[in-house]
Design a protein around this ligand. Structure first.
Ligand code: PXL
Length: 278
C-alpha cells in the first residue's frame, strides 16, 4: 500500500491541514502518515482570535531520527502549513531519508490568501519555502501565494490568460516540475490552472461562490495528491477536474448546513462521490 507522509500542523478546531488531509487521503486507499509541525487550538483565521499554538520542532527532530534508524520511507511527502522557516530547513535535510527513490514531493506553500499573509508569516518565510519548492515535483500555491513567490503584483481583478501563463512559468523556473495555481478567478467562475512537466497548460473551473471559505486549498491539495498517487495513472486534466469539482461540491454541502463558514468546508458529505481506482 502506498504511504503518503503529510507534513502540516494539527488545527484542533476548524477543519484544515492534517484533519482534512487524513480522511481524504485514506479515502483513496492510501496510507496517510503524519509528521505534525505544530498543534493549534484552532486555525489562525481572523474568526478565532487568541488561538494557542505549541511548536513541535523537537518532536519532529526526534521522529525523523527514529524513522531514519528504522529505515522508514514514503512514496510521497505532502507539505502544507509548516509554521516557520526552521521546520522547512529540518524537512529539507530529512527528505533524502524520508522519500523513496521514485518518491514524489507535493508542496502547498500555505502562507497567504486574498492578497494578505496569514498571521505569523512574512517575506522570510517565502524565502524559506523557495528552497523546498526548488526540489518539488508538484507546487500548489493559491493565487496570492503564487504572486508573493514570484514577486508579481497581486490583482483583485481577474488575471489575463497571459498573466497566468507567465505566473506559472515563473513558478516552474523556481525548480518545481509541475506548477498548479488555485483560486484563479474567471468571470463568474473560480478554478485552477496548471503548467505540467510536459509544458502544456491545463485548466479547470467551477461556479464561484462569493464568500471566503477556509481550508479549501487543503481540500484541493489533498484530493490532488490522492488522485496523483493512484495505481492507475490519471491524466493531468482528469486530476485537475476532479480536484476543482470536489471543492465546489464540498462548498455546496457547506452552504446547505447551518455551521459558521469558518468551521471549515463540509467535504465529508461529498467524499463518497470521489472515485478511487484502487
Ligand atoms: O488552511 C490553511 C491553514 C492551515 N493551518 C493553519 C491555518 C491555515 C489557514 O489559515 O491557519 C493553522
Amino acid at each position: 500500500m502506498k504511504n503518503i507522509l503529510v507534513v502540516q500542523d494539527i488545527s484542533c478546531f476548524g477543519k484544515c491541514s492534517t484533519t482534512v488531509a487524513l480522511p481524504i487521503i485514506s479515502h483513496f486507499k492510501l496510507t496517510a502518515s503524519i509528521l505534525p509541525t505544530a498543534i493549534l487550538s484552532t486555525h489562525t483565521g481572523p474568526d478565532f482570535p487568541g488561538y494557542v499554538m505549541t511548536d513541535l520542532s523537537q518532536h519532529m527532530r526526534a521522529t525523523i531520527a527514529h524513522w531514519k534508524k528504522l529505515g522508514l520511507q514514503f512514496d510521497a511527502v505532502y507539505t502544507g502549513y509548516l509554521g516557520n522557516a526552521s521546520h522547512i530547513d529540518l524537512l529539507i535535510e530529512a527528505l533524502p531519508y524520508l522519500l523513496k527513490d521514485q518518491g514524489l514531493l507535493f508542496v502547498d506553500p500555505v502562507f497567504a490568501d486574498q492578497g494578505e499573509f496569514y498571521a505569523g508569516f512574512d517575506a522570510s518565510y517565502v524565502e524559506a519555502q523557495s528552497d523546498l519548492i526548488a526540489i518539488s515535483d508538484y507546487l500548489l500555491p493559491n493565487y496570492t501565494e503564487a504572486c508573493l513567490l514570484t514577486g508579481q503584483d497581486f490583482s483583485h481583478d481577474d488575471p489575463s490568460p497571459l498573466a497566468i501563463k507567465s505566473l506559472l512559468e515563473s513558478l516552474q523556473a523556481m525548480g518545481t516540475k509541475n506548477a498548479i495555481v488555485t483560486g484563479i478567478h474567471r468571470g463568474q467562475e473560480i478554478g485552477a490552472v496548471m503548467l505540467g512537466q510536459d509544458q502544456k497548460v491545463y485548466q479547470s473551473f467551477a461556479p464561484y461562490v462569493d464568500q471566503m471559505f477556509s481550508g479549501t486549498g487543503d481540500v484541493f491539495a489533498s484530493v490532488f495528491v490522492g488522485e496523483c498517487m493512484q495505481e492507475k495513472i490519471l491524466s493531468a486534466q482528469a486530476v485537475l477536474d476532479q480536484s476543482v469539482t470536489f471543492v465546489y461540491q464540498a462548498i455546496q454541502a457547506t452552504l446547505s448546513d447551518s455551521d459558521p463558514i469558518n468551521y471549515g468546508i463540509h467535504f465529508e458529505h461529498v467524499l463518497n462521490g470521489l472515485s478511487s481506482s484502487q
